[in-house]
Design a protein around this ligand. Structure first.
Ligand SMILES: [Zn+2]
Length: 279
């Protein structure tokens, strides 16, 4: 084969692979649109009642609003099963209803930049760089249950998403990672504020973060996960978990924090009924 012909074959192969990719993307978009246009099915509600205790507590009108927002989320975002995990509609919706809950009264478009949710069949390993006190950096690995990667993707271990193992602290992996994602999208919820309302928000979160750090240092019990003392972004994520998962206790023990989160999310979980039936 002469050089011209070889070049033509290469160009044809390149065009074919681009067309194949486009076809794949169009088919995926069509499947997503079909899913987004579906009515909310009763078997999905059964799965949600089984796996998402918070869903069982949602009052009727709010639940309908969350379901609509969740369908759009599940239709728009690519759910990718990793390491052989097969993603089902139930898995998509278990993640989507919790993601939707955080924005349903604020801005349902907040997840527009989110490209994908990666689901793993177990905890996953990520490479990290560790720096010692002399400045020497070594490559290491971290085992994670969840991760929010800037405004592009959220990574979750499916068994941790549906874990209902008793814990001393409020725990909800999906709310935690989605709170990080929203923190990125909204430019850092703890960044410097200018307006009075924003100033109250930042002052309160700052004071509550310092309170958690003091509790952790002194070894005192805390409703909020001590992991939140790592930095302010982690504090916002674990405070969000406590706001939804231990709302009564948070409203009593940290009323100012509860009040700013109620304003922030536009929701008041202490008014929601106790958990409904699981089936
Ligand atoms: Zn975190």
């Amino acid at each position: 084969m002469n050089a011209d012909r070889f070049g033509l074959v290469l160009a044809a192969l390149a065009v074919l692979s681009v067309l194949a990719l486009l076809g794949q993307r169009l088919r995926r978009r069509a499947a997503q649109r079909r899913r987004g246009a579906q009515p909310f099915r009763d078997d999905w509600r059964t799965a949600l009642r089984r796996h998402v205790p918070l869903y069982r507590r949602l009052p009727g009108a709010l639940r309908a609003q969350v379901e609509r927002t969740a369908l759009v989320f599940a239709a728009r975002v690519d759910f990718v099963g990793c390491n052989g995990l097969q993603v089902t509609d139930e898995m998509r919706l278990v993640v989507a209803v919790q993601a939707a809950l955080l924005v349903v009264k604020r801005n349902a478009d907040a997840y527009r930049p989110l490209h994908s949710v990666l689901l793993y069949p177990d905890a996953f390993v990520v490479p990290i760089a560790e720096e010692d006190e002399t400045g020497v950096v070594t490559e290491a690995q971290d085992v994670l249950a969840g991760q929010s990667i800037a405004t592009d993707s959220i990574v979750l271990s499916w068994p941790d998403v549906i874990s209902t193992a008793p814990s001393a602290h409020a725990h909800n992996l999906v709310l935690h990672e989605c709170a990080h994602f929203l923190d990125h999208v909204w430019g850092g919820t703890l960044s410097t504020a200018s307006s009075d309302a924003a100033s109250t928000w930042h002052d309160t979160l700052g004071a509550e973060y310092a309170r958690l750090c003091r509790a952790v240092e002194s070894g005192a019990q805390s409703l909020i996960d001590p992991y939140g003392s790592a930095d302010r972004a982690e504090f916002f994520a674990v405070a969000t978990e406590a706001f939804f998962e231990r709302s009564d206790a948070l409203a009593k023990q940290n009323p100012e924090l509860y009040a700013v989160l109620r304003e922030f999310y536009g929701l008041n979980p202490i008014e929601w009924p106790a958990e409904g039936p699981t089936a």
